[in-house]
Design a protein around this ligand. Structure first.
Ligand SMILES: Cc1ncc(COP(=O)(O)O)c(C=O)c1O
Length: 381
């Protein structure tokens, strides 16, 4: 997939990714790729603009059908479109589920390192954070399946397991057997499983994504949440979906005050539906491109600066990079940015397991990725 963007234009586009540090820095800090979205999204948005029709709308009613079509075409997941609940963002859907499926003081379990907003969410909702740390071995990061039941046995007030699969920031993808074990434990210890699958369209050849709701028994304990925000770089469009596994969960989720679920933005619905209806081949091509970027980044870092450690991610366009050998201090991203001009995500912001790490977004042009690599090599050697 070609990406010949004009860097000056990018810095003027009003996107937080480029604005945060400005020209002079290469932005690799936010989980947003630079490949935009399929052409149909532009056409459909232009049509709404030409109508000047910006009032209240029912566009979100079409999200169910289009997400069901996408889920089936990507992962052979056959879901009931009637179950799909529109939300403004994935995070907002997660927050609404926390309200619906737990009470003040309950524990919310999540993996660390963690997508940073998950770290704050329990305390904002007057719940407790409980960590289920990933473990690191010679071969990469893993879910620690042995420790899960021990955690649940020791704390009987954990009511929610908040999964991020594929995992941000490590790119690890849960296997079917692991998901089955998780679902069984959710039944045994009376937990609701919130499955954030926002990165599930980015799966490289070694892996496959198993939607949580395709696992036996998941329908009565799980809610899946996703959007087109990562896949089609539509995060500013504010449109996402929550899919409760059955009607009981759906009813309970819809009992939260309406303002907690909000209403998806019309342009967001039009864009997301356009992408889900037309984006299959586009997405395949994007994955091939990102696969090249991922292998290129890994091979150049391994070959030219072996003090930097990086495992090849099975998913996402994010590299979780270990800088321990350089002792980068409390703020590894600032340390790296000042030495190289490459602005990465700061590992410690992802909680435990993030010490000495940075997260680098490699979803960009081949040229810009090479410039990042060169700046890192020059700045650190
Ligand atoms: C795992 C995960 N969930 C949710 C989000 C945010 O999605 P939204 O903007 O729809 O809340 C992100 C963004 O990076 C993410 O990585």
């Amino acid at each position: 997939m070609d990406l010949n963007f004009d860097l000056e234009d990018r810095y003027k586009a009003g996107l937080r990714k480029w604005d945060k540090y400005g020209p002079g820095f290469i932005p690799a800090w936010v989980a947003e790729h630079d490949f935009g979205c399929p052409p149909a999204v532009h056409e459909r948005l232009s049509h709404v603009l030409s109508l000047g029709a910006f009032g209240y709308h029912d566009e979100d009613r079409k999200l169910g059908e289009s997400f069901a079509f996408w889920a089936d075409s990507r992962n052979s997941w056959k879901l009931n479109p009637e179950r799909v609940i529109p939300t403004v963002t994935v995070l907002q859907g997660v927050a609404a589920c926390v309200e619906a499926f737990s009470s003040v003081g309950d524990g919310i379990l999540y993996n660390t390192p963690s997508y940073p907003p998950f770290l704050d969410l329990p305390s904002h909702a007057k719940r407790r954070s409980v960590e289920w740390p990933l473990i690191k071995s010679e071969s990469g990061w893993h879910y620690d399946m042995d420790s899960l039941e021990k955690i649940l046995k020791a704390d009987r007030d954990i009511r929610i397991l908040l999964l991020c699969n594929p995992h941000n920031p490590t790119g690890v993808v849960l296997k079917e057997s692991e998901l089955s074990q998780i679902v069984n434990l959710c039944h045994k210890y009376n937990l609701t499983l919130l499955s954030d699958e926002i990165h599930s369209d980015f799966i490289y050849k070694e892996s496959s994504h198993i939607p949580t709701l395709t696992i036996d028994g998941a329908d009565s304990v799980a809610v899946s949440l996703t959007s087109g925000a990562k896949s089609f770089a539509l995060a500013g469009m504010r449109c996402a979906v929550a899919v409760p596994g059955n009607d009981i969960l759906k009813k309970k989720l819809l009992e939260v005050p309406k303002f907690l679920l909000g209403g998806a933005n019309r342009m967001g619905c039009v864009a997301t539906i356009g992408a889900w209806e037309t984006g299959h081949d586009w997405m395949d091509e994007l994955i091939r491109t990102l696969d090249d970027r991922r292998l290129h980044l890994k091979s150049r870092l391994d070959g030219e600066i072996p003090e930097i450690k990086m495992f090849l991610p099975d998913s996402t366009f994010l590299a979780w990079i270990d800088l321990s050998e350089f002792n980068p201090g409390e703020k590894p991203a600032k340390w790296l940015r000042e030495k190289t001009g490459v602005a990465c995500g700061n590992g410690p912001d992802f909680g435990s397991g993030g010490e000495n790490h940075v997260r680098l977004t490699f979803g960009t042009s081949a040229n810009l990725l090479d410039e990042m690599i060169e700046r890192i090599i020059k700045g650190l050697t």
